[in-house]
Design a protein around this ligand. Structure first.
Ligand SMILES: [Zn+2]
Length: 95
């Protein structure tokens, strides 16, 4: 009987983890990032998912790939925040 209760608790825990991850995904955030966060510490994952601001289409379109490390960086960036190399901003290219 105790095993059944424990199993039920584990299933409920991972169901809640899934719900939190789905909620974050609807805001344009990483499903697995929030899933792992919630699995490690459920209340923290829940609060983070509630507080995180939704990614807008504008945020996504303002990104570009760094030509050196291929990480996504802001299109106005002059220096890549991942590899630290200078990248020409798209704004400069237009002028
Ligand atoms: Zn880079």
């Amino acid at each position: 009987m105790d095993l059944l209760i424990s199993l039920g608790f584990v299933v409920a825990y991972f169901f809640l983890t899934h719900l939190i991850a789905k909620y974050a995904e609807n805001k344009g955030r990483s499903y697995w990032g929030f899933w792992i966060l919630s699995a490690l510490f459920l209340p923290f994952g829940l609060v983070a998912a509630l507080l995180v601001t939704p990614l807008t289409q504008e945020d996504v379109s303002e990104m570009k790939c760094c030509p050196f490390c291929a990480e996504k960086i802001k299109s106005k960036a002059i220096v890549c925040r991942y590899c630290g190399r200078e990248v020409q901003s798209i704004a400069d290219g237009l002028m």
